[in-house]
Design a protein around this ligand. Sequence first.
Ligand code: SF4
Length: 348
Amino acid sequence: MSEKQRKAVALISGGLDSLLAARVIQEQGIHVEGINFFTGFCVEGHTHAIRKKDQAKPKRNDALWVAEQLGMPLHIVDIVEEYKDIVINPRHGYGANLNPCLDCKVFMVKKALQWMHEHGFDFIITGEVVGQRPKSQRADTMPVVAGESGAEDLLLRPLCAKNLPPTLPEREGWVDREQLFDFSGRTRKPQMALAERLGLEDYASPAGGCCFLTDEAYSRKLADLWQYRGERRYELDDVMLLKVGRHIRPAPNFKLIVGREEGENRFLEGYRKRYVAIRTLSHPGPLVLVDGEPTAEDLELAARITARYSKGRTAAEVEVELSDHGGEPWRRTVEPLAPDRIPEEWYL
Ligand code: SF4
């Protein structure tokens, strides 16, 4: 009787590590399928697709690209709602910014475990490497992810397996431990060498986190949102908008989101019915959304800031159009605010 075909589900972020992990397990004759979790904070594809200056970079969903390279199915799972609790109340706290990496890993492995059982798969693979990330990938936190997720020894990390106790797939001989790796630490060289050996090129930037929560500027904007809302809460639209434009908060009750270029203006256009929106008429300029509860006086200031970011910034007057949540627009003529009247601390 032939051996049962073993099946593994691989967590795919779109980065190099998860790509390599899936590939080395495929090479051992295991059937591998990928799973990618959409949290709303994911980096891949999004900003490149919006911003003109990034147009030279390939506009692709890196997780899908990885799946294509490996010739494996990819399951994209929307976890936006459930993930909120991880971001808002991480049991293990945050990393350097608002990144709840350890809780996030536990949660994703737990979801993958559930998926594994539902689909009759045998084990889980991740691209984690001991010592690579200060919080979630330390020698002492690797067992936390395996334990708290409930995956225990069904969780195999092919890139650093030799530094960890043998997992069930290794003990059962489904995979050959000898062909796995002992990578550790922050260096990316072994991964790059392995990629080369496997003939993989053009993979997504190997450094950095897999989501915007590791980004300092992004986390600052999220913290600002929570502070001025008076509660730690967010919707998907909020987290998408934090990725786009220049964010300026002149007062606690309102902030401006100023499109920095054509692509961002177009993106913001999709949100104009949910905010007060300002655009310039007499000169080319940005689309600006006003978030919060601005007074008439605040809107005057917002219109002057909008004028400052238009081609009419040095003109005596700029005509602008305002609309409130997609309602009947009205026009104003304003004097652009001089740049030195916009204090540094207004910029988020
Ligand atoms: S960088 Fe973001 S997606 Fe990656 S583990 Fe940390 S919180 Fe999760």
